[in-house]
Design a protein around this ligand. Sequence first.
Ligand code: SF4
Ligand code: SF4
Length: 295
Amino acid sequence: MPAKKFICPDGQEIEITRCLQKCPYSQRCMFLPTLRAVAASLNRNIKQPTVTELLAGTMETFLRRTTDYVVDPIKQLYALHGTAVHTINENHIDKTMLSEQRLSDDITSGKFDLFGKILDKENTLGDYKITSSYKLMKALGYYKVDVPTDEIYKTGSKKGQPKTRKEWRTDGVKHLLDWAVQLNYYRILLEERGYTVSRMEIQAMCRDFNLRMAAERNITSPIYLIHINKISDHWVKLYMKTKAKRLQKALKTGKTPHICSGKERWQDRKCKDYCAVAESCPYGRQFKQVAIKIA
Ligand code: SF4
Ligand code: SF4
Protein backbone atom coordinates (compact mmCIF):
# COMPACT_ATOMS: atom_id res chain seq x y z
CA MET A 1 0.00 0.00 0.00
CA PRO A 2 1.21 3.47 -0.68
CA ALA A 3 1.86 6.61 1.28
CA LYS A 4 -1.65 8.00 1.72
CA LYS A 5 -1.27 11.11 3.84
CA PHE A 6 0.99 14.11 4.33
CA ILE A 7 1.78 15.62 7.70
CA CYS A 8 1.31 19.39 7.63
CA PRO A 9 3.76 21.63 9.53
CA ASP A 10 1.31 21.89 12.48
CA GLY A 11 1.24 18.08 12.81
CA GLN A 12 -2.22 17.56 11.23
CA GLU A 13 -2.56 14.74 8.72
CA ILE A 14 -4.24 15.17 5.35
CA GLU A 15 -4.94 12.81 2.44
CA ILE A 16 -2.31 13.49 -0.23
CA THR A 17 -4.96 13.78 -2.94
CA ARG A 18 -6.85 16.36 -0.85
CA CYS A 19 -3.69 18.35 -0.20
CA LEU A 20 -2.88 18.44 -3.90
CA GLN A 21 -6.42 19.55 -4.79
CA LYS A 22 -6.64 22.31 -2.20
CA CYS A 23 -4.66 23.20 0.89
CA PRO A 24 -7.04 24.00 3.76
CA TYR A 25 -4.57 26.46 5.28
CA SER A 26 -4.23 30.11 4.29
CA GLN A 27 -1.01 29.29 2.39
CA ARG A 28 0.64 26.10 1.17
CA CYS A 29 3.75 24.96 3.07
CA MET A 30 5.63 24.69 -0.25
CA PHE A 31 5.03 25.16 -3.97
CA LEU A 32 2.39 22.89 -5.48
CA PRO A 33 4.75 21.37 -8.13
CA THR A 34 7.17 20.43 -5.34
CA LEU A 35 4.36 18.69 -3.43
CA ARG A 36 3.33 16.92 -6.64
CA ALA A 37 6.93 15.78 -7.18
CA VAL A 38 7.11 14.48 -3.60
CA ALA A 39 3.82 12.59 -4.08
CA ALA A 40 5.03 11.10 -7.40
CA SER A 41 8.32 9.98 -5.84
CA LEU A 42 6.52 8.08 -3.09
CA ASN A 43 4.27 5.76 -5.00
CA ARG A 44 6.12 4.13 -7.83
CA ASN A 45 4.27 1.11 -9.09
CA ILE A 46 7.07 -1.48 -9.29
CA LYS A 47 5.85 -4.98 -8.49
CA GLN A 48 9.16 -6.79 -8.05
CA PRO A 49 11.14 -5.66 -4.99
CA THR A 50 13.92 -3.29 -6.09
CA VAL A 51 17.59 -3.42 -5.10
CA THR A 52 17.01 -0.38 -2.86
CA GLU A 53 14.04 -2.02 -1.16
CA LEU A 54 16.01 -5.19 -0.50
CA LEU A 55 18.91 -3.21 0.95
CA ALA A 56 16.54 -1.61 3.48
CA GLY A 57 15.38 -3.61 6.49
CA THR A 58 12.82 -6.32 5.72
CA MET A 59 10.40 -4.89 8.28
CA GLU A 60 10.57 -1.43 6.72
CA THR A 61 10.04 -2.62 3.15
CA PHE A 62 7.29 -5.03 4.22
CA LEU A 63 5.40 -2.26 6.06
CA ARG A 64 5.89 0.24 3.24
CA ARG A 65 4.32 -2.28 0.87
CA THR A 66 1.45 -3.40 3.10
CA THR A 67 0.33 -0.45 5.22
CA ASP A 68 -1.00 3.00 4.47
CA TYR A 69 1.45 5.45 5.94
CA VAL A 70 1.90 9.12 6.56
CA VAL A 71 4.77 11.17 5.18
CA ASP A 72 6.21 14.54 6.11
CA PRO A 73 6.84 16.17 2.70
CA ILE A 74 9.66 18.28 4.16
CA LYS A 75 11.60 15.14 5.08
CA GLN A 76 11.29 13.89 1.48
CA LEU A 77 13.06 16.91 0.01
CA TYR A 78 16.56 15.44 0.17
CA ALA A 79 15.36 12.43 -1.83
CA LEU A 80 13.92 14.90 -4.32
CA HIS A 81 17.31 16.64 -4.60
CA GLY A 82 18.70 13.29 -5.73
CA THR A 83 16.04 13.03 -8.44
CA ALA A 84 16.80 16.60 -9.54
CA VAL A 85 20.52 15.82 -9.93
CA HIS A 86 19.61 12.81 -12.08
CA THR A 87 17.38 14.96 -14.26
CA ILE A 88 20.05 17.67 -14.72
CA ASN A 89 22.64 15.09 -15.81
CA GLU A 90 20.15 13.16 -17.93
CA ASN A 91 20.03 16.07 -20.38
CA HIS A 92 23.80 15.92 -20.96
CA ILE A 93 24.63 12.33 -21.71
CA ASP A 94 25.96 11.36 -25.15
CA LYS A 95 25.94 8.19 -27.24
CA THR A 96 28.91 6.70 -25.36
CA MET A 97 26.73 6.47 -22.25
CA LEU A 98 23.62 4.74 -20.99
CA SER A 99 21.54 6.12 -18.17
CA GLU A 100 18.61 5.35 -15.91
CA GLN A 101 17.70 1.95 -17.32
CA ARG A 102 15.83 -0.54 -15.18
CA LEU A 103 17.23 -4.06 -15.40
CA SER A 104 15.92 -7.12 -13.63
CA ASP A 105 16.55 -10.78 -12.94
CA ASP A 106 14.61 -13.42 -11.01
CA ILE A 107 15.61 -11.85 -7.64
CA THR A 108 15.20 -8.11 -7.99
CA SER A 109 15.32 -5.12 -10.29
CA GLY A 110 17.37 -1.96 -10.26
CA LYS A 111 17.85 1.24 -12.21
CA PHE A 112 21.47 2.28 -12.60
CA ASP A 113 22.29 5.98 -12.94
CA LEU A 114 25.06 6.04 -15.56
CA PHE A 115 27.21 3.62 -17.51
CA GLY A 116 29.86 4.20 -20.17
CA LYS A 117 32.67 6.65 -20.77
CA ILE A 118 31.69 8.99 -17.97
CA LEU A 119 35.19 9.56 -16.53
CA ASP A 120 37.63 8.47 -19.23
CA LYS A 121 37.90 5.75 -21.85
CA GLU A 122 36.87 2.95 -19.53
CA ASN A 123 33.30 1.75 -19.18
CA THR A 124 32.43 3.02 -15.73
CA LEU A 125 29.25 2.31 -13.81
CA GLY A 126 28.39 5.49 -11.93
CA ASP A 127 25.92 6.39 -9.25
CA TYR A 128 24.95 9.80 -7.86
CA LYS A 129 24.49 10.23 -4.15
CA ILE A 130 23.47 13.32 -2.24
CA THR A 131 24.47 12.68 1.31
CA SER A 132 25.48 14.18 4.65
CA SER A 133 29.01 15.11 5.70
CA TYR A 134 28.70 12.46 8.42
CA LYS A 135 27.94 9.68 5.94
CA LEU A 136 30.69 10.97 3.62
CA MET A 137 33.24 10.98 6.43
CA LYS A 138 32.34 7.35 7.19
CA ALA A 139 32.27 6.31 3.52
CA LEU A 140 35.70 7.88 2.90
CA GLY A 141 37.22 6.11 5.92
CA TYR A 142 38.19 9.35 7.70
CA TYR A 143 38.94 9.20 11.43
CA LYS A 144 40.83 11.20 14.04
CA VAL A 145 43.78 10.08 16.15
CA ASP A 146 45.55 11.64 19.14
CA VAL A 147 49.09 12.74 18.26
CA PRO A 148 51.55 13.64 21.06
CA THR A 149 52.92 17.18 21.18
CA ASP A 150 56.07 18.49 22.94
CA GLU A 151 53.95 20.16 25.62
CA ILE A 152 52.98 18.84 29.05
CA TYR A 153 49.94 19.72 31.21
CA LYS A 154 51.17 22.02 33.96
CA THR A 155 48.05 21.97 36.16
CA GLY A 156 44.83 20.01 36.72
CA SER A 157 44.12 16.30 36.87
CA LYS A 158 46.38 15.63 33.88
CA LYS A 159 49.35 17.52 35.37
CA GLY A 160 52.64 16.06 34.13
CA GLN A 161 51.01 14.14 31.28
CA PRO A 162 51.95 14.93 27.65
CA LYS A 163 49.45 17.01 25.67
CA THR A 164 48.01 15.59 22.46
CA ARG A 165 46.29 17.09 19.45
CA LYS A 166 43.80 15.51 17.05
CA GLU A 167 44.94 14.65 13.54
CA TRP A 168 42.91 13.26 10.65
CA ARG A 169 43.70 9.94 9.02
CA THR A 170 42.16 8.86 5.74
CA ASP A 171 43.01 5.18 5.69
CA GLY A 172 40.17 3.90 7.88
CA VAL A 173 37.50 1.31 7.13
CA LYS A 174 35.18 2.64 4.45
CA HIS A 175 31.61 2.26 5.68
CA LEU A 176 29.84 1.90 2.36
CA LEU A 177 28.61 -1.67 2.20
CA ASP A 178 25.10 -0.74 1.03
CA TRP A 179 26.43 1.45 -1.77
CA ALA A 180 28.88 -1.28 -2.74
CA VAL A 181 26.20 -4.00 -2.84
CA GLN A 182 23.89 -1.72 -4.84
CA LEU A 183 26.51 -0.91 -7.48
CA ASN A 184 27.76 -4.47 -7.64
CA TYR A 185 24.22 -5.67 -8.27
CA TYR A 186 23.83 -3.20 -11.14
CA ARG A 187 27.21 -4.38 -12.43
CA ILE A 188 26.02 -8.00 -12.39
CA LEU A 189 22.80 -7.06 -14.21
CA LEU A 190 24.81 -5.24 -16.89
CA GLU A 191 27.37 -8.03 -17.25
CA GLU A 192 24.57 -10.59 -17.61
CA ARG A 193 23.52 -8.58 -20.66
CA GLY A 194 26.99 -8.71 -22.20
CA TYR A 195 28.41 -5.36 -21.07
CA THR A 196 31.91 -5.05 -19.61
CA VAL A 197 32.03 -2.94 -16.48
CA SER A 198 35.63 -1.82 -15.90
CA ARG A 199 35.06 0.42 -12.89
CA MET A 200 32.43 1.44 -10.37
CA GLU A 201 32.40 4.97 -8.95
CA ILE A 202 30.05 6.98 -6.78
CA GLN A 203 29.81 10.72 -7.27
CA ALA A 204 28.82 11.86 -3.79
CA MET A 205 27.66 15.42 -3.21
CA CYS A 206 27.68 16.76 0.32
CA ARG A 207 24.36 18.40 1.16
CA ASP A 208 25.63 20.22 4.27
CA PHE A 209 28.99 21.29 2.83
CA ASN A 210 28.44 24.94 3.79
CA LEU A 211 28.06 24.13 7.47
CA ARG A 212 30.94 24.27 9.94
CA MET A 213 30.13 20.68 10.86
CA ALA A 214 31.31 19.49 7.42
CA ALA A 215 34.75 21.07 7.90
CA GLU A 216 34.92 19.52 11.36
CA ARG A 217 34.43 16.17 9.66
CA ASN A 218 37.32 16.88 7.26
CA ILE A 219 34.94 17.25 4.32
CA THR A 220 36.73 19.89 2.26
CA SER A 221 34.99 19.55 -1.09
CA PRO A 222 31.29 19.60 -1.98
CA ILE A 223 31.83 16.62 -4.27
CA TYR A 224 33.83 13.38 -4.03
CA LEU A 225 34.38 10.45 -6.34
CA ILE A 226 34.39 7.26 -4.31
CA HIS A 227 35.73 4.09 -5.87
CA ILE A 228 33.71 0.92 -5.27
CA ASN A 229 35.50 -2.40 -5.24
CA LYS A 230 34.18 -5.49 -6.90
CA ILE A 231 32.41 -7.92 -4.54
CA SER A 232 32.07 -11.54 -5.60
CA ASP A 233 28.95 -12.21 -7.65
CA HIS A 234 28.23 -15.26 -5.50
CA TRP A 235 28.20 -13.22 -2.27
CA VAL A 236 26.11 -10.38 -3.69
CA LYS A 237 23.52 -12.75 -5.17
CA LEU A 238 23.32 -14.80 -1.97
CA TYR A 239 22.84 -11.67 0.15
CA MET A 240 20.10 -10.27 -2.05
CA LYS A 241 18.42 -13.65 -2.46
CA THR A 242 18.24 -14.05 1.32
CA LYS A 243 16.69 -10.59 1.70
CA ALA A 244 14.28 -11.25 -1.19
CA LYS A 245 13.14 -14.56 0.33
CA ARG A 246 12.51 -12.90 3.70
CA LEU A 247 10.44 -10.20 2.06
CA GLN A 248 8.48 -12.66 -0.08
CA LYS A 249 7.65 -14.72 3.01
CA ALA A 250 6.55 -11.61 4.89
CA LEU A 251 4.32 -10.52 2.02
CA LYS A 252 2.82 -14.02 1.75
CA THR A 253 2.15 -14.54 5.45
CA GLY A 254 1.36 -10.92 6.31
CA LYS A 255 4.01 -10.70 9.03
CA THR A 256 7.74 -10.81 9.59
CA PRO A 257 9.91 -11.54 12.62
CA HIS A 258 12.79 -9.62 11.00
CA ILE A 259 13.10 -6.28 12.74
CA CYS A 260 15.59 -4.13 10.80
CA SER A 261 19.18 -4.65 11.94
CA GLY A 262 21.05 -2.00 13.92
CA LYS A 263 22.77 -0.85 10.72
CA GLU A 264 19.54 -0.80 8.71
CA ARG A 265 17.83 1.30 11.35
CA TRP A 266 20.87 3.59 11.74
CA GLN A 267 21.28 2.50 15.36
CA ASP A 268 17.67 3.66 16.05
CA ARG A 269 17.99 7.18 14.57
CA LYS A 270 15.86 6.10 11.61
CA CYS A 271 13.14 4.62 13.87
CA LYS A 272 12.95 7.81 15.90
CA ASP A 273 12.95 10.44 13.17
CA TYR A 274 13.11 9.16 9.63
CA CYS A 275 11.09 5.96 9.24
CA ALA A 276 7.69 6.63 7.65
CA VAL A 277 6.27 3.31 8.89
CA ALA A 278 7.57 3.48 12.46
CA GLU A 279 4.07 3.69 13.89
CA SER A 280 3.11 0.36 12.33
CA CYS A 281 6.35 -1.35 13.38
CA PRO A 282 6.56 -3.20 16.72
CA TYR A 283 10.06 -1.85 17.31
CA GLY A 284 9.41 1.67 16.04
CA ARG A 285 6.10 2.00 17.93
CA GLN A 286 7.84 1.19 21.15
CA PHE A 287 10.27 4.01 20.41
CA LYS A 288 7.53 6.50 19.68
CA GLN A 289 5.89 5.66 23.03
CA VAL A 290 9.19 6.13 24.84
CA ALA A 291 9.69 9.43 23.05
CA ILE A 292 6.19 10.62 24.05
CA LYS A 293 6.73 9.59 27.67
CA ILE A 294 10.00 11.49 27.83
CA ALA A 295 8.38 14.57 26.32
S1 SF4 B 1 0.21 22.18 1.26
FE1 SF4 B 1 1.33 21.67 3.13
S2 SF4 B 1 0.09 22.66 4.74
FE2 SF4 B 1 -1.20 22.51 2.92
S3 SF4 B 1 -2.31 20.58 3.14
FE3 SF4 B 1 -0.50 20.16 1.92
S4 SF4 B 1 1.01 19.46 3.41
FE4 SF4 B 1 -0.58 20.52 4.55
S1 SF4 C 1 10.85 1.74 12.87
FE1 SF4 C 1 12.98 1.05 12.74
S2 SF4 C 1 12.87 -1.19 12.89
FE2 SF4 C 1 10.81 -0.44 12.38
S3 SF4 C 1 10.67 -0.50 10.16
FE3 SF4 C 1 11.35 1.54 10.71
S4 SF4 C 1 13.60 1.45 10.63
FE4 SF4 C 1 12.84 -0.67 10.71
